[in-house]
Design a protein around this ligand. Structure first.
Ligand code: ADP
Length: 193
């Protein structure tokens, strides 16, 4: 299997790029943000539990992620690999993911980060707020999400760098240009496998 993490701050374009990468490389796309939004829309017990956390821009507690991820992964049989979008977001989640993959004799092969300047992130998220009306895209909540990214998620860069699995690409430009940069890195990782 080839298991890829698409990493980056809120607004970096992980969702857009993940879909294209998933299609080209035939990977199963797992977005924890999408899963939570669907749980909230359907007013499931999990959705009701996480709604206020997400609307404040905080992270859902780690313990709630692992079962969710396991069942999301088990929905796919015989896949060539996964692309994780918005997960892991903490060191604990990264350790949980390693254990989960190890149960299947698998591992994380590559973590690709989209690097985008803060002011560009804020602009993109405010535009998305107008288009999609996401409750966590208000100016105040955006500031909190960026802060949460810096303190809780950014440490994962060191975690994966130490394992030689981290590569960053420039996340500004056209969607096609950025996709091209990601594909280049994935092709290198594939050929080194
Ligand atoms: P973004 O566009 O900010 O990257 P996502 O769509 O990935 O956002 O996630 C939206 C929100 O869902 C996050 O701000 C967080 O509250 C919650 N969430 C998503 N994935 C995780 C995760 N792996 N751990 C904790 N919370 C998560």
């Amino acid at each position: 299997m080839f298991n890829l993490i698409l990493f980056g701050p809120p607004g970096a374009g992980k969702g857009t790029q993940s879909l294209q990468v998933a299609e080209k490389y035939r990977l199963a796309h797992i977005s924890t943000g999408d899963i939570f939004r669907s749980e909230i829309r359907n007013e499931t017990p999990l959705g009701l539990k996480v709604r206020s956390i997400i609307e404040k821009g905080e992270l859902v507690p780690d313990e709630l992620l692992i079962d969710l991820l396991r069942s999301a992964m088990h929905k796919y049989a015989d896949v060539k690999g996964f692309i994780f979008d918005g997960f892991p977001r903490t060191l604990r989640q990264a350790a949980d993911l390693d254990n989960l993959l190890a149960e299947e004799g698998e591992k994380v092969n590559l973590t690709l980060a989209l690097e985008v300047e803060d002011h560009e992130l804020i602009t993109r998220l405010l535009i998305r707020a107008e288009r999609e009306g996401r409750k966590d895209d208000t100016r105040e909540v955006i500031a909190n999400r960026l802060n949460v990214y810096q303190t809780q998620t950014r440490p994962l860069i060191d975690f994966y760098t130490q394992q030689g699995k981290f590569r960053a690409v420039h996340g500004q430009g056209t969607i096609g240009e950025i996709f091209g940069r990601l594909c280049k890195e994935i092709d290198v990782a594939f050929s080194n496998q």
